[in-house]
Design a protein around this ligand. Structure first.
Ligand code: DLL
Length: 430
């Protein structure tokens, strides 16, 4: 079923024409209303009328996170501040955040995209969505909330944490779907198991939407099995509304990116050269319908590919692959480039490994992978532990080419996160 069949299955040439029209409109609006963009375009002698094909976007300069930070808080607004009805910020690090402003129309459009995503995965009016993302400056909960409300589902706005209470709410309100980070989902699934609750019998959950941080296919499988549900991958970033940018359909083979709202490009992160569909690189996004704060060729730093084939679901909007990692997540050990995702793939595919892990970078040559394992492996037989430890070391060596130290820990030994997990601890002194 579709939320907006006409737009979701629009013929490819019509989609490109629509993109061109919306791109020209966006470029015109930022040229005349945002001094930052006008200066950038004037530097390369570009006028809005010079954009005659979608491909002409290649001529435009990139926008980076530094550009958003340098223009904090309101420097990139394309309409007066008074028209804004909400501000969200990027999650994360110290210092000033990236502030993203929304007009009423922007909120409505973002909610509409979420509605497409939810209906695409089978959500209907009679469903109950427990929204376990953090409500507040983070886009995760509120943007999903408004979209789910459009579909007409009952929302349980529980936010994250207090797992005992979450389970009570799931039982009392017959929750059928969860919106949750992968790291909290792993914790929740384990908690449910240790409490002796049988999800298929005692709960009503059918599906979960997992996003906001990278996770592996193995993690998806683990959560699907532990909770007896379908897990759908959900991608987004605050700079582009938050959730609802790209989402999996029933086939769960890549995420449809809503191309009537975003132009997606994959570039070589070092040279900026645009890559072909199917090639792995950094995703660059341009907003096509944003009123308040349009962004042109925004460098997401997320590494993925565009899947060239058409999806059997009938939607014509192309799909992006699972996010492989962020270009700034990558670290180097013994001269080898490693993404945390590669380590997660190995760990989650290993029998005996529990839900939580951490990567500690000790020096340029040494890293420790700390991993929680099943309680019953601490049964006094040291050989069980040694065998598992060796197995993990060898599998990691195969995947990342260097041999890390591996520490096995009891469940609960590592700090766990209800929001985005911090997987890499960097103790290197440069
Ligand atoms: O995390 C928006 C969001 C909320 C998406 C809820 C999905 C669900 P930010 O805090 O700005 O916004 O973080 C965005 O998180 O650039 C990716 O690096 C990462 N990310 C988001 N979704 C996924 C995903 C929200 N499904 C940053 N897989 C992005 C991998 C993801 N990484």
């Amino acid at each position: 079923m579709f939320w907006n069949e006409e737009l979701e299955t629009i013929e490819e040439n019509k989609l490109r024409n629509l993109q061109l029209k919306l791109l020209r409109d966006t470029i015109g609006r930022v040229y005349f209303n945002v001094p930052f963009y006008r200066d950038r375009f004037q530097q390369i002698n570009l006028k809005p009328d010079d954009i005659n094909f979608v491909q002409d976007i290649n001529r435009l300069p990139f926008t980076t996170r530094e550009d958003i930070l340098n223009n904090y808080p309101t420097g990139l607004l394309a309409v007066p501040r008074d028209e804004m009805v909400r501000v969200h910020t990027s999650s994360g690090t110290t210092g000033k955040p990236k502030a993203i402003f929304f007009t009423k129309n922007d909120i409505d459009k973002a909610a509409d995209l979420i509605a497409r995503c939810l209906v695409m995965t089978g959500m209907r009016k009679n469903d109950v969505l427990q929204n376990m993302m953090t409500y507040g400056l983070f886009t995760g909960a509120l943007v999903m909330h408004y979209g789910a409300e459009k579909v007409g589902v009952l929302i349980v706005p529980s936010g994250p944490g207090n797992t005992e209470r979450q389970i009570m709410l799931m039982k009392d309100f017959h929750t059928t779907a969860l919106h949750i980070t992968p790291s909290y989902a792993l914790y929740l699934a384990d908690y449910i198991k240790t409490k002796g609750i049988e999800p298929a019998k005692d709960l009503y959950i059918k599906r979960a939407y997992l996003g906001a941080e990278p996770y592996s296919e193995e993690t998806r499988k683990k959560i699907e099995e532990m909770l007896s549900i379908d897990v759908f991958n959900s991608y987004g970033l605050s700079e582009m509304n938050g959730p609802g940018v790209a989402f999996e359909c029933e086939y769960k083979k890549g995420m449809h990116i809503w191309e009537d709202n975003f132009i997606v490009e994959i570039i070589d992160p070092d040279t900026g050269e645009v890559l072909q569909d199917g090639q792995k690189g950094e995703m660059v996004l341009t907003t096509l319908q944003r009123e308040g704060m349009p962004l042109i060729r925004y460098r997401t730093r997320d590494i993925t590919t565009i899947i060239p084939e058409r999806c059997p679901c009938g939607r014509t909007h192309r799909r992006i692959d699972r996010i492989f990692g962020r270009s700034d997540d990558m670290f180097i050990v013994k001269g080898v480039n490693i993404f945390p995702q590669q380590i997660e793939n190995v760990l989650m595919a290993t029998k005996g490994v529990a839900q939580n892990y951490q990567i500690v970078l000790e020096s340029l040559d040494n890293m420790i992978v700390k991993v929680e394992i099943a309680k019953d492996l601490f049964d006094g037989n040291v050989m069980h532990l040694v065998n598992l430890q060796n197995k993990i070391v060898e599998s990691l060596k195969k995947e990342i080419l260097v041999k890390p130290k591996v520490e096995l820990l009891e469940p609960g030994a590592l700090p766990f996160s209800e929001g985005k997990a911090k997987r890499v601890i960097d103790n290197r002194t440069l």
